[in-house]
Design a protein around this ligand. Structure first.
Ligand code: SF4
Length: 449
């Protein structure tokens, strides 16, 4: 059965809704879907797309709701996202809120139609019953240069600190032919880079007939959308990289040399108490193998500082592993107890200690990032321009281009300095992105000094 969906023709009547997006790339993608679905007959609409990964994320959403009501007294405020999915009545109890919609409901066309049900205050169904990944074709992405494409949703794991599965339900994948249509549409719209996103991205395809795993999806995309300049992966579980993905990493220059690992910690006792599927040695082996097959690869990692029962010695293990593996783009969270999760019932470290450890981890990451950036002085880097005078290299380094360049432009930038966490460069030449023929090139060359 051809599950391909018709190319959307988005009528631009009236003002698109204001959307406040919190959290991850999935929420960013889903906000784009809602922006297109609610583009007519919703002039007064404000959608708050919440996150629940930390207490702080929920607090920020509440503050934004109160501020919006003050600034737009007549607006219709609809709250959705993971925090709304898990605690709908807490948001419905806020006088500022008009309606609470669940994570599945927010992706339904009828939820945003001009004649949609606006009277039922809470429209949040059980996310555990959802088996289909919502398949929408978005026509573009607000940044027009880099687009997040959701290919997988939900999670079947139960890491002891994590509340996400309760907000997003079981793991489910978007059919590969639909992903190809989506990526082709974005590439034709001039998007220079697509980031494949999911809650548990490396679980992609496990629920589909013939189990087309993430690696085969990546290779199919690059084969069937030859005009897509760059493909990037959001985050991967270190021990769930499949063979096709290893092959793509080695042989596909349009697959960016950048892996963001869902590492969380670097101590085996902590990893076991987190119920993660990898240990220190697994992470080390994955990084070493990736560097063998793709020498220009750079790593980021998600890390939790101050997990319950983590001793100073255990934390030192994490620090040492981050340094040893030279992980540069660190997303560090001080542990935040989430309701109903097993870790929330474990003996907790003081919040001050969690924050101190998070700062120490970030400092290690910042040092490694600085060292990486300094190696790029005197080189020419391929840069995809994003907003204003800022763009990104193939390995995700941020670059400020003197004199700026149009958003979406690819250029060769001659790097001559580093300012904090940003490279400083000037255009060396307009570039066409690395083509498949230029196998083995790193997208950077050293300028003749
Ligand atoms: S893999 Fe673990 S951390 Fe990631 S979403 Fe699933 S339960 Fe949460």
């Amino acid at each position: 059965m051809d599950t391909r969906l018709p190319i959307p023709d988005i009528p631009r009547v009236g003002r698109s809704p204001e959307i406040l997006t919190f959290g991850c790339r999935l929420n960013a993608y889903e906000s784009q879907v809602m922006r297109e679905l609610a583009s007519s007959g919703n002039d007064d609409l404000v959608i708050v797309n919440t996150c629940t990964v930390t207490n702080a994320a929920e607090r920020q959403a509440r503050q934004a709701i109160r501020r919006t009501r003050r600034e737009r007294p007549g607006a219709r405020i609809v709250v959705t996202g993971c925090a709304a999915q898990i605690s709908p009545h807490r948001f419905a109890a806020m006088p500022e809120v008009d309606q609470v919609i669940g994570n599945h409901e927010k992706m339904q066309t009828e939820s945003w139609a001009p004649d949609a049900d606006r009277t039922t205050r809470v429209r949040v169904g059980s996310i555990d019953d959802v088996r289909e990944a919502a398949a929408h074709l978005i026509a573009g992405f607000e940044t027009h240069t880099r687009a997040f494409v959701q290919v997988q949703n939900g999670c079947d794991h139960r890491c002891t600190f994590c509340i996400i599965p309760y907000g997003r339900g079981p793991s489910r994948s978007v059919a590969p032919e639909h992903v190809v249509d989506q990526v082709r549409l974005l590439a034709e719209a001039g998007v220079g880079e697509v980031v494949l996103s999911g809650v548990d991205l490396t679980a992609y395809g496990e629920d589909l007939p013939a189990r087309p795993l993430l690696g085969s999806l990546v290779r199919r995309l690059l084969r069937e959308v030859p005009h897509l300049p760059r493909l990037r992966l959001s985050s991967v579980d270190p021990v769930e990289i499949d063979d096709d993905l290893w092959t793509a990493l080695e042989h596909e220059p349009r697959l960016m040399p950048h892996l963001h690992l869902s590492l969380q910690a670097g101590d085996d006792v902590v990893l076991k108490r987190m119920k993660r599927r990898h240990l220190r040695d697994d992470a080390r082996a994955v990084v070493e193998r990736a560097r063998r097959v793709r020498p220009d690869i750079v790593f980021g990692a998600d890390l939790i500082a101050g997990f319950p029962t983590e001793t100073e010695e255990m934390f030192a293990q994490t620090l040492m592993l981050v340094e040893e593996l030279d992980l540069v783009y660190l997303h560090v969270f001080p542990y935040s107890p989430r309701p109903e999760t097993p870790a929330a019932r474990m003996p907790q470290l003081a919040m001050t200690e969690r924050k101190v450890r998070a700062a120490r981890l970030r400092a290690v990451g910042a040092r490694a990032q600085r060292q990486l950036l300094e190696t790029k002085i005197g080189t020419v880097q391929e840069v995809l321009m994003e907003v204003g005078d800022v763009g990104r290299t193939r390995d995700f380094a941020c670059v400020r281009i003197e004199g700026g360049a149009p958003a979406g432009a690819f250029l060769q930038a001659s790097v001559h300095a580093v300012d904090d966490d940003t490279l400083i460069g000037r255009p060396a030449a307009r570039a066409t992105p690395i083509s498949p023929a230029e196998d083995g090139s790193t997208g950077s060359t050293r300028t003749k000094s």
